[in-house]
Ligand binder design. Structure first.
Ligand code: PEP
Ligand code: MG
Length: 370
């Protein structure tokens, strides 16, 4: 076994020597990031901060949703700040010296709340018994108010950040305070702020203005300059098609090929596998699932457009992919060839991504393909 491990290590080291693509990992916790780093990850390409709102912290999200006025809302958000700051400080310790892309909250808030039907039944039963719980009644009203027919196309990502005042500010503040804490401890944090589901440059402009204000405030409070890169996901066809405009406000793009596949094909990523993919595959309509391997003619074409237009508008734009395709061996050659700087994937896929990136460099030439 030791010989085999040695041989694999030598192959990976050789791949590292020739590859041009960097390999980052999608990691939401310090443990995941440390694990990915041991497997050779050169940074974190996607930290989904929403995972920091799960478990016991759901009650804090309930407070945000139930806030009755601005003051209530601010207090609810303030309660989340220390938790988010501590999680991120730990993450940045694990990725010390490496780029760490922290994405602002993406899913709709009602994902953190109890299920509508379950809650409605609970309230109805309590009413029958004359034991009405006011908190549940208010929560039910909120869940009903927030109900959407197509939540994946609804109030999520940047839209949420623009509609719920203070939500993104809280997160940017937590990121900046984590950076300040790490620097004060002698660390070398490289946090970046990523905005999800951007469809227009105006959305990113508004978020970036606020983010800059928060960075300046936290920097001043700690007597240091905090100027973190701000960029966005490219995961809607409109974002890809207006990449030249969006690049004016973005220091980096990260392709969210999960959502980009969903929105380009019009296939719901949550339903499609069970519903008709097996039949489509059996009938030969689709070879492989476009959620598994990049669909070069459709989704890939949008990636190409966004790379070309983004770089034309901003030559130093950093480009990566953090959708599942970033760790798919069949897709990595495409990302090399199209000229991305890095792929980001689940920690366990990092070694394979290193290998494939090396193979792509040998096959297509390691020279910069920009
Ligand atoms: C994506 O859409 O490809 C992505 C990485 O974001 P998420 O899967 O969290 O929607
Ligand atoms: Mg997405």
């Amino acid at each position: 076994t030791r010989e085999l491990v040695g041989a694999v290590d030598r192959i990976l080291t050789h791949a590292d020597d020739v590859r041009r693509l960097h390999v980052h990992a999608n990691a939401d916790t310090a443990d995941d990031a440390a694990h990915a780093r041991r497997l050779g990850a050169q940074g974190v390409g996607l930290c989904r901060t929403e995972h920091m709102f799960l478990g016991d912290r759901r009650v804090l999200v309930e407070r945000v949703v139930l806030a009755e006025d601005e003051e209530d809302l601010r207090a609810a958000l303030d309660a989340l700040l220390p938790l988010q700051r501590e999680d991120l400080t730990a993450l940045l310790a694990a990725t010390d010296g490496q780029p760490t892309t922290i994405r602002l909250i993406d899913p709709p808030l009602h994902e953190f709340l109890p299920d509508l039907t379950t809650l409605a039944v609970k309230v109805a039963v309590a009413r029958e018994r004359g034991e009405v719980d006011e908190h549940d009644v208010r929560l039910l009203a909120a869940v009903q108010r927030m109900h959407e027919a197509n939540p994946m196309l609804g109030l999520r990502g940047v839209r949420l950040g623009l509609v719920v005042p203070g939500l993104f500010d809280l997160q940017v503040r937590a990121i900046c305070e984590a950076v300040a804490a790490r620097r004060s401890a002698g660390g070398d944090p490289h946090a970046e702020v990523m905005v999800p589901l951007v469809g227009s440059v105006q959305e990113l402009h508004l978020v970036r203005e606020r983010a800059r204000t928060v960075m300046a405030e936290v920097g001043a409070a700690h007597g240091m300059s905090i100027d973190l890169p701000v960029g966005c996901m490219i995961e809607l066809p409109r974002a890809a098609l207006t990449a030249d405009r969006i690049a004016e406000e973005a220091q980096f793009f990260s392709f969210g090929t999960n959502d980009l596949t969903q929105t380009t094909w019009g296939f719901s990523r949550d339903d499609v596998e069970a519903a008709f993919f097996p039949q489509y595959a059996a009938n030969g309509v689709l070879g492989v699932s476009p959620f598994e391997t990049i669909d070069e003619r459709g989704v890939g074409r949008l990636v190409r457009i966004a790379v070309a237009e983004g770089r034309a508008a901003r030559p130093d734009l950093v480009l990566g992919v953090c959708g599942e395709h970033g760790g798919d061996p069949e897709s990595i050659g495409f990302f090399h060839e199209v000229g991305l700087d890095y792929v980001s994937c689940s920690p366990f896929r990092v070694p394979v991504a290193r290998l494939e990136a090396g193979r792509a460099a040998v096959a297509h030439g390691g020279a910069d393909t920009r």
